[in-house]
Design a protein around this ligand. Structure first.
Ligand code: 3UK
Length: 535
C-alpha cells in the first residue's frame, strides 16, 4: 500500500496523484525517515537543530498529547506561535490525528483573538509563552476552549511548575508515546485553515485540504524554484502567514530540505545574523524587508550571500528598483510572485533566467490565469481587469461564510480582487486592488478598521484612510482627519492619534501620515470619495 503522493513529471503541467487514504503529515515527515533520510536536518531554530527522525517522533508525541487533551478528528487547534520547531510539531501532530490546525497572526491586537477563538471553536490553543499575556482575555472569554498549552520561546523563559499556569508543550511531549499511526484521512479532507481579513466584516477562514500541500510544492516550490533536498531555506515571512507556511514548512519538508526558523522580529540585522550563521540557499521575504536590508549600509552583501541561489518576494508588488538593486548587491535575482491565502501559495511568478522586474511574471504551470473586465469577458493584452485564477489548490471555501465564499469561489475559478494587465510577452503587471484593501509590509490592512479606530478618539469627527507610497514606492496607510474643533490641529495631536491607533489595533496598521482637513470629499449620498484622496 502506498502512503505518498506521486508526482508525474512526464506531463506538462505535471500531475500529482494521491493514494487513498492520504494524510499529508506522513508524506512530509515519515516518508523521509522511511526512505533513509532520517538523519538529515529538517529544522534549525533558536534552540538547535532537529533531524527528520527526531521531528517524526515529536510530531507523533504531539498527536498523542493533543488527543490526551480531548482533541478529536476535525476539531480545530489554534496556534498562536512564534517560529520554532514547536510550530511544525504541533501543526503536523494535529493533522496526523485528523484534527485541523489553525495558525493565526501573532501580531494582532488582544481583542482580535476573541473573534478567532469563537469563530473556529478551537478545543485547544497552543500559544508561545511570550504571547500568553496578550491572549489571556480572549482565552477567558472563549466558551469552546478546553485547554491552553504554552510553548517555550526562549531558553530561559520556562514557567513550568507554577501552580495555575497552563501545561507546557515540552512536558506534554515528554510524557507522550513517540510513535503514532496516522488517521486515515482523504486527500480531499480539510487539513488546516488560514484566516484572511477583508475590507468589511470579520476575518474569514480559508479551508485547505491535505492534497493542497503537495500540489503547491510540486507546482511552485519544485516547478518554479527547483527546491531540492540540499536546499537550506530561510523564510523571514513567519509560519502563520500562508506565504511563510509554504516557504518554511510544507515546501522544505516536501523535498526533505532544511528550514531555518528564528523568533526575533525581522530586521536587517536579524537577516545578517541568520545569513552568517546558516548560509541559506533560498531566502524569502516581503518587499519592505528587501528595502530595509538594502538601506542598511553596515551589511556586506557578498559575504552574506555566498550560498544564496535565489530570493523570493511576495505579499505585495516588488518595486522594480528594489529588485535591480538587490541583484547588483546580492548577486541573485528576486523572484516576485503573487499568491493568496485562498490559493494557498504563489500562482503567478517570475522565474530563474526570465525575470521582468516590475511584473509578477507569468502563470505558474498548473494554474490558469484570466484577466476579466466588468462584463466577465477577458480583456485584451495591455488592458486592465480583475485577475481570476484556476488551479488545484483553491480553498474549499470560507468556514461558515456563505456570502463571502460565493463572492470569491466560482466553480474552479477564484476571483482575486486584484487589478492586473498582461503584456504581449505574457507577463502580468499589478495595477492596484479592485477594492479599498491595503497591503502593508505584506499583511492586509482594512482602511475601514483604521478609520473606526481614529473616529473613536474624542477629538476626531471623522476620518478616511487610503494607501500612499513611501520613499521605496511601498504602500503605507495615510489618514485624512476632520477634527471636531479644527483649531486643535497640531503635530502633538498627530503623534497622539498615531499612538492611539497603535493601542487599539495591531500596530502595523497605524497611519504613517496624518493630514488634518476641514472636510472629506463625498458623493451626493455621503460616501467618501477615496479616489479623490488618493490623488
Ligand atoms: C497581494 C501581491 C502584488 C494581492 C500570499 C504568497 O500575500 C499572500 O496572501 P494574502 O492572502 O494576500 C493576497 C493578496 O496580496 N499580493 C500578494 N503578492 C503579491 N500583489 N504582487 C505580489 N507579488 O492583493 C493578493 O490578492 O495575505 C503570498 C504566497 C501565499 C500567500 N498567501
Amino acid at each position: 500500500m502506498t502512503l505518498y503522493a506521486q508526482i508525474d513529471r512526464t506531463h506538462s503541467p505535471l500531475r500529482v496523484t494521491f493514494p487513498a487514504p492520504y494524510n499529508a503529515a506522513v508524506d512530509l515527515v515519515d516518508r523521509h525517515v522511511a526512505q533513509g533520510r532520517g538523519e538529515r536536518v529538517a529544522y534549525v531554530d533558536d534552540h538547535g537543530s532537529t533531524t527528520y527522525t527526531k521531528l517524526a517522533s515529536q510530531v507523533d508525541r504531539a498527536g498523542h498529547a493533543l488527543r490526551a487533551l480531548g482533541v478529536r478528528r476535525e476539531e480545530r487547534v489554534v496556534l498562536v506561535m512564534q517560529d520554532t520547531v514547536d510550530f511544525p510539531t504541533v501543526f503536523l501532530g494535529a493533522m496526523k490525528i485528523g484534527a485541523v490546525p489553525v495558525p493565526v497572526n501573532t501580531l494582532l491586537h488582544p481583542d482580535d483573538y476573541t473573534y478567532l477563538l469563537n469563530d473556529s471553536r478551537a478545543r485547544v490553543i497552543v500559544v508561545s509563552d511570550t504571547l500568553l499575556p496578550k491572549l489571556e482575555k480572549a482565552i477567558a472569554a472563549s466558551p469552546h476552549l478546553a485547554h491552553v498549552v504554552t510553548a517555550r520561546t526562549s531558553l530561559g523563559a520556562s514557567t513550568s511548575g507554577d501552580r495555575g499556569s497552563p501545561p507546557q508543550l515540552l512536558h506534554l511531549l515528554e510524557k507522550a508515546w513517540p510513535t503514532l499511526d496516522a488517521v486515515e484521512t482523504s486527500a480531499d479532507e480539510v487539513a488546516f485553515w488560514l484566516y484572511s481579513s477583508g475590507s468589511t466584516g470579520t476575518p474569514k477562514a480559508a479551508m485547505h485540504l491535505h492534497s493542497h500541500i503537495m500540489w503547491t510544492s510540486a507546482l511552485y516550490a519544485q516547478g518554479v524554484l527547483g527546491m531540492r533536498e540540499d536546499d537550506v531555506v530561510y523564510s523571514a515571512a513567519k509560519l502563520f502567514f500562508a506565504y511563510g507556511l509554504g516557504n518554511g514548512l510544507t515546501f522544505p519538508l516536501s523535498v526533505g530540505a532544511t528550514a531555518v526558523l528564528a523568533t526575533e522580529r525581522v530586521t536587517s540585522q536579524a537577516f545578517a545574523r541568520v545569513m552568517t550563521a546558516h548560509r541559506p540557499t533560498l531566502f524569502c521575504g516581503v518587499p519592505t524587508l528587501f528595502a530595509s536590508i538594502l538601506a542598511d549600509t553596515l551589511l556586506d552583501p557578498r559575504a552574506l550571500s555566498t550560498r544564496l541561489r535565489a530570493s523570493i518576494s511576495a505579499g505585495e508588488a516588488l518595486p522594480k528598483h528594489i529588485g535591480e538593486k538587490w541583484r547588483a548587491a546580492y548577486g541573485t535575482d528576486i523572484l516576485d510572485g503573487i499568491g493568496s491565502t485562498e490559493l494557498l501559495h504563489i500562482f503567478l511568478s517570475n522565474r530563474h533566467g526570465e525575470v521582468h522586474y516590475g511584473t509578477s511574471g507569468r502563470p505558474v504551470p498548473g494554474y490558469d490565469v484570466d484577466i476579466r473586465g466588468e462584463d466577465g469577458q477577458m480583456v485584451r493584452d495591455g488592458e486592465e481587469g480583475i485577475l481570476w485564477v484556476r488551479g488545484p489548490t483553491a480553498a474549499a471555501g470560507y468556514w461558515n461564510q456563505r456570502e463571502k465564499s460565493l463572492a470569491a469561489f466560482h466553480g474552479p475559478w477564484t476571483r482575486t480582487g486584484d487589478r492586473y494587465s498582461r503584456d504581449a510577452d505574457g507577463f502580468y503587471t499589478y495595477a492596484g486592488r479592485g477594492d479599498d484593501m491595503l497591503k502593508v509590509g505584506g499583511i492586509w490592512v482594512s482602511p475601514f478598521e483604521v478609520e473606526s479606530a481614529l473616529a473613536s478618539h474624542e477629538a476626531v469627527l471623522e476620518a478616511a484612510v487610503v494607501g500612499d507610497a513611501d520613499a521605496d514606492q511601498l504602500t503605507k496607510p495615510r489618514a485624512f482627519v476632520v477634527l471636531k474643533d479644527h483649531s486643535q490641529a497640531n503635530p502633538a495631536l498627530e503623534a497622539e492619534l498615531k499612538a492611539f491607533v497603535k493601542s487599539k489595533l495591531a500596530s502595523y496598521k497605524y497611519p504613517r501620515w496624518i493630514e488634518f482637513v476641514a472636510e472629506l470629499p463625498k458623493t451626493a449620498t455621503g460616501k467618501i470619495q477615496r479616489f479623490r484622496l488618493r490623488s
